[in-house]
Design a protein around this ligand. Structure first.
Ligand code: SAM
Length: 271
């Protein structure tokens, strides 16, 4: 830290930032006072720190993040860990991975990068219904020099090439799963994230379940025999995702808690 920075830090804290956040901004902006003033104004206006900084760590990747896509969450890092374990059990040398609702690319790109470190050359198909999110995912793929990715603009499985049917080794997804009713009671900071990344319609009497239902029901058609589905869901949706997985004919259905002890990650296989 240079001599000027403690004063700058103190100024940011006096303006209303938490000390930890003030440090982030000083580290990001350095001696660029215009950039710092702009960042401070954005943060004080309620924009999430991650968007203000413009990039954020997710597992081993530093991902570009902005209002085009959801800020990747810590529980989704756990989902990636589960997906890696599942693929390790499958022992497929060059798996095809389908990331549905890729957003920044947090899940799929992390899988590509971490599997490559284990000598596994995966191919990723990254799907999103938002062209803006898909562009951000492409930006992150280029940033991390991850090239074995195809980008598909479309709703869940709709834009996939028919030739993929029955060939996908892993379908992974963190779809929107917050119901409209629950959404109104959540932190207003979420207003800065795309609503289409968070909120799903209700289905089968379960709040925010429609996208999960579509992802689970569609998986068997695209999965290879023995291929796995790994999806994140809301803490109160455990019974609904398990029922949907069995209803779709999937087997070896297990639902894991996240580190906070809440039901969060469904794993199932196509027989
Ligand atoms: C909860 S965010 C997850 C983003 C990223 N995978 C992550 O975990 O950080 C859900 C993503 O699904 C996308 N999405 C919403 N509806 C979709 C649909 N019908 N088909 C494909 N993607 C969709 C959103 O645009 C958003 O990027």
């Amino acid at each position: 830290m240079t001599g000027a920075e403690p004063t700058v830090l103190a100024g940011l804290v006096a303006a209303g930032l938490e000390r930890r956040e003030a440090r982030w901004l000083v580290e990001e902006c350095g001696s660029d006072h215009d950039a710092l003033a702009d960042a401070l104004a954005r943060r004080l206006a309620g924009e999430p720190l991650q968007y203000v900084i413009g990039h954020w760590p997710f597992r081993r990747l530093d991902l570009d993040v902005d209002a085009r896509a959801l800020i990747p969450r810590p529980e989704t890092e756990e989902l990636v860990g589960r997906a890696i374990d599942v693929l390790a059990l499958s022992n497929v040398p060059a798996p095809i991975v389908l990331d549905l609702g890729c957003g920044t690319g947090a899940i799929g790109l992390s899988l590509l990068a971490e599997l490559a470190e284990r000598g596994v050359a995966a191919t990723l198909i990254a799907v999103d219904v938002s062209s803006a999110a898909l562009a951000l995912c492409r930006q992150n793929a280029l940033k991390h020099e991850l090239y074995s990715v195809s980008f598909v603009l479309g709703s869940w499985y709709d834009g996939l090439d028919e030739s993929l049917a029955g060939r996908v080794d892993l379908v992974v997804s963190n779809p929107p799963y917050v119901g409209a009713l629950e959404r109104v009671s959540l932190d207003p900071v979420l207003d800065h994230e795309p609503s289409g990344a968070l909120v799903a319609a209700d289905a089968e009497g379960v709040g925010g379940f429609a996208d999960l239902a579509a992802v689970i029901a569609g998986a068997p058609r695209w999965l290879a025999a023995g291929g796995a589905l790994v999806v994140e869901h809301g803490h109160d949706q455990r019974e609904a995702v398990r029922r949907a997985a069995f209803g779709a004919g999937l087997r070896d259905v297990v639902d894991f808690e996240d580190l906070a002890g809440k039901p969060r990650i469904l794993v199932a296989r196509r027989p």
